[in-house]
Design a protein around this ligand. Sequence first.
Ligand SMILES: Cc1cc2nc3c(=O)[nH]c(=O)nc-3n(C[C@H](O)[C@H](O)[C@H](O)COP(=O)(O)OP(=O)(O)OC[C@H]3O[C@@H](n4cnc5c(N)ncnc54)[C@H](O)[C@@H]3O)c2cc1C
Length: 321
Amino acid sequence: MHTASSIGSQIAVIGAGISGIACARVLSEAGLSVHVFDKGRRPGGRVSSRTVEKDAHDFSFDYGAQYFTVRHPLFRSVTAKLADKGMVSRWPVAGEDAWVGTPRMAKLIEGLADGIDIAWGAEVTALSSSKSGWSVRIGDSDVRNFDQVVLAMPAEQTALLAGAGDPEMARRAAGSRTEPCWTVMLGFAEPLPIHEGIVKGPGISSATRNSGKPKRQGGEAWVVHADPDWSRQYLEHEPADIEQRLSERFASLIGVTLQPIFTRAHRWRYALSSSRSEGCYWNEEIGLGACGDWLLAPRIESAWISGHTLGKRIVGAGLDL
Ligand SMILES: Cc1cc2nc3c(=O)[nH]c(=O)nc-3n(C[C@H](O)[C@H](O)[C@H](O)COP(=O)(O)OP(=O)(O)OC[C@H]3O[C@@H](n4cnc5c(N)ncnc54)[C@H](O)[C@@H]3O)c2cc1C
């Protein structure tokens, strides 16, 4: 098996969330040939945004992560560069070290992904090793060969793909649980009569006024995240039922009768990782690695550190966290 990372090495990174993008950037800056695959349609993974037009109102929602922390010096310098380009901004409402993408959270990932080769709508369905490296199957029949492969996705999805190639990685991933999160996006014709930008309460880990974030345009938009216990309890319920239940909970939390003109539920089956580990996983012998929040902590910044660290390890440059 070819495992040495050198100029000309072909590396597949599976997952274009922040960890995969962070890893791909290090690899590509080191001169390796990196190809990122993601089953989604745009960069971000759990850092996802959408805009909606309803009844002559535009609404902008970040329906995954609401903000990110910037604490690590390396991540701080990356964030500063994006801030210079107007792609991220501080958001003190969430804390002294809190930032958001501008004008949407996904802008953070779009900024980091600039110039990286990414195939969208490319679900990797199987991974197998051969004498010459790795065969990556995309969809039903498209098979491509690479020298090394990085899995940059939640633990449960990593366990599925790692199984045949690296039982140790699969075992660790299978032992890590990612909590679900039911989310409801609410758009209103008028601002809600409360001052807070973020509220929390029973069953609700956060309800965030998205229209109150920096550089947002459009109407009054809120994103309500149910907490893990509530989300697990109603995991298989229909979206329409979730929209009603979670909206009612939010209404009773803030003591306001809600009359949204737009309501949409989104189920994150894998939202917040609950395990901690060594930061990233790299099996140099077989050329297979893993990164993502499940290897460090359930935060955007941690997922970036995980991917960045793995990239450095693959190119042979150590990194102290
Ligand atoms: C509702 C919610 C709220 C959150 N709130 C915050 C917050 O406020 N602050 C914060 O710091 N963090 C928050 N987080 C956590 C944060 O979003 C994650 O820790 C981080 O985005 C994880 O990045 P990742 O690269 O590890 O994984 P992901 O972002 O999940 O990226 C994995 C990517 O892999 C792709 N993929 C998976 N399987 C395959 C396959 N077989 N083939 C191809 N592609 C595949 C997926 O499409 C996805 O794009 C929140 C998360 C959620 C869901």
